[in-house]
Design a protein. Structure first.
Lengths: 438, 438
């Protein structure tokens, strides 16, 4: 029975997109949501006598929370508080999925297909589910460098995928051909996966409108050569600070643009709604919600969520819903963006001065978005040594990326402190350079 | 550098327990917490200028939550509310780990070693981490049958482990030799993993004190033959209803009992604190918190959590802390247990009547604990067909387990409704039996 279901789902995926099926990993091919407890519990919803789910309730669908826990969320309506304490469906709370879809599709054409987002436990879990679906031993995964180190764990260490990379910046500019360049040595026809993370971590960069066109052209060319799944890691969606940069996810540009190219949108409330502790993320595919392929992919994602986590976090989903139901949501999100934009302007100015004064020590890479700025250090300097020196002698914490980059998370530093932070980085770099020569 | 770290950790595990190292899966051997952003952020804690973490704050360590979300948790102290919205450490909030350890160790001898519990995203995630560590292609995993179907997804579908089973009940009694029986055909010396889930799902059974001694003796014998990791799935800890059944986890009995046997405790707030929507679980190893082996295992678990989920849910952890800090916590948990005990007595009585009146149709298996009762149906009946018939014609939802068992979740049914629910099951089974003959 499970075998039939798996075959049907795999066929639905292959029928809608041979490229997507060609890219499915062995684990991705064998997962399918089983006709197990959550499936049977869903079938029993609304029955007078319902003894399906192993959660402790009053017998009429309300939880029996311990008093101090209930008191903490006294700000929720009783019905919402109930849902806070009880299991979420494996694919997430229906209202949240619907509202997040609307949130994603603000100013997107109504014709653009997209599934109802599947809820994950934060954005990283979304990436991990996609890695389980499309990674696997030997699968080529392209990530522009420098990149967020956890991609390595999620795709390479866990599934055995092989990371290929090319520089995200060339001559102080974003490299729009980074993905075709990284795949140049891979035999045509071999399926591949690429991650596009814009605004980027650690770069703090989003493409300008003209770069966007160039980036898309390169991806479409690459799709002439092979089945290509493009993961749009939209963690920092909305956080852009320059007039020539659009907030639109690349997902909408790539959706339906080429038969051999399938974009997958991975996003979340973590940064978009400033809820880091909640772990609410989403996976969205470029298909109509009711299509067979959407249902098949949903079944696979549910199996992966169920097997690794049981179900996503109902508590956090209820908190996110409070924000999404609020009429003033866009305004509130804009307030947070404005706080970051001010820090961005201050940091940018401080870094431009350093670039003028000490170009031999460090070079700020272009940044215009998100939460970070990235500094490229002189070749004689080791980024982790500078990081440790900053910690020990300058009361300053930054993150080293590889051997030659330092990342400044301006999202967690007061605006007024940024110039002094930059001074300290410059000083520390100079001291290390002198010590290296001495 | 990572290679050195991995080697050091694997050696620490091998030195403390060759059996545990022998049972480590390939993925378990290659994971180790990388010196990546969370590692570097931990090093920078307390610095005046801290630009390490990509979470949006006011620059002084407090979050910038959207107003409707903050309002929902107005019942939290400001400092707790801050932590609700910000990232948790990958291993969990230190206060929660400490308090859960105290909670686990009530009436446990102070000498019994146990690590500081590692926080997971619900109990299933704890199982999944253990599956990643000790599962893998071809690894034999013993689960007494009938069992919770999700073990299959977590261990077999995801990691390629091979499930072996033997009957959990023989002649209407719990089968204390179930694990050695299931492993009888496996070559001596081959490492294996066993799951012990007491109180059980779907059985609703916990061993009596005399059965416990027999079960332990069988496990120790098996450990004479092979390295054996025993996963104590303590989801339903504390929910026992008979005087001859102890609440003590088997973990404490097995810890240190045999050189070749390593118990791992997987538990959580889901059922123990009645917080299903929160996804707060824990993994605990039988070693001193500061030992090298504890540190090595912690590094591996953190790598698995980081790569699949980023970090556990801070929001839910803060809610769980509200309960654990409460002086009346034991009393409050006892209140929930008493609600379930009353339902248990009512259901037990109703099932005893059925057993007398319709022994040819269904037989209740022994139950005395947890959230469930399990019915074994007559051979002529198909459990899933009876389930569907109950749904369609009797307004009643239950879960079918395999082809011959139905599970009643009395934890989610009102006490007063249980006799009628049992009547309906009996009626449905009778109708199906008549139809089968007809």
């Amino acid at each position: 029975m499970m075998t039939d279901q798996i075959d049907t789902e795999n066929r639905a995926i292959g029928a809608a997109s041979p490229a997507l099926f060609a890219t499915l990993a062995p684990l991705g091919r064998r997962v399918s949501f089983p006709p197990d407890i959550p499936f049977q519990a869903a079938a029993a919803r609304g029955k007078t006598y319902n003894g399906t789910i192993g959660q402790i309730t009053d017998g009429a669908g309300s939880p029996l929370p311990l008093e101090p826990m209930a008191a903490a969320v006294a700000g929720l309506e009783p019905r919402d508080s109930d849902r806070f304490f009880l299991y979420s469906p494996v694919d997430g709370l229906p209202e949240l999925r619907q509202r997040w879809r609307e949130w994603q599709r603000r100013s997107v054409s109504p014709e653009a297909p997209s599934t109802l987002p599947l809820v994950t436990v934060g954005l990283t879990h979304g990436l991990s589910v996609v890695a389980d679906l499309f990674g696997g031993v030997g699968r080529k995964l392209v990530v522009p460098a420098p990149f967020w180190g956890n991609y390595r764990q999620t795709f390479a260490v866990r599934t055995g995928a092989e990371i290929l990379s090319a520089p995200a910046y060339l001559d102080g500019r974003y490299n729009c051909r980074v993905i075709p360049e990284a795949l140049a040595g891979v035999a045509p026809g071999e399926p591949a996966v690429a991650i596009v993370n814009l605004p980027s971590n650690p770069g703090g960069y989003a493409v300008t409108d003209s770069e966007r066109a160039e980036l898309i052209a390169g991806l479409l060319e690459e799709a002439d050569r092979r089945p290509l799944v493009v993961i749009c890691d939209d963690a920092y969606a909305g956080l852009v600070y320059e007039p020539d940069v659009s907030v639109r996810s690349l997902f909408w540009d790539l959706s339906g643009a080429h038969e051999q190219l399938v974009p997958i949108k991975v996003d979340g409330a973590t940064k978009e709604l400033s809820f880091f502790g909640g772990r609410v993320g989403f996976i969205t595919f470029p298909f109509d919600p009711e299509s067979d392929v959407a249902q098949a992919l949903e079944s696979k994602v549910k199996c992966l969520t169920r097997s690794a986590l049981g179900s996503p976090v109902a508590a956090s989903q209820m908190i996110v819903l409070q924000a999404l139901r609020d009429e003033r949501i866009e305004e509130r999100v804009e307030q947070v963006r404005r706080v970051l934009e001010k820090r961005y302007r201050t940091l940018r100015k401080a870094l431009e001065e350093v670039a003028r004064e000490a170009p031999e020590l460090l070079r700020p890479l272009p940044f215009n978005a998100g939460c970070f700025a990235l500094l490229e250090l002189a070749e004689s300097l080791d980024a982790d040594a500078v990081r440790r020196h900053l910690l020990e002698d300058h009361d300053t914490g930054l993150v080293s990326i590889g051997s030659s980059h330092l990342r400044i998370a301006f999202c967690s530093v007061k605006r007024a402190a940024l110039p002094e932070l930059v001074q300290r980085v410059t000083r520390a770099a100079r001291e290390m350079a002198v010590a290296a020569k001495g």
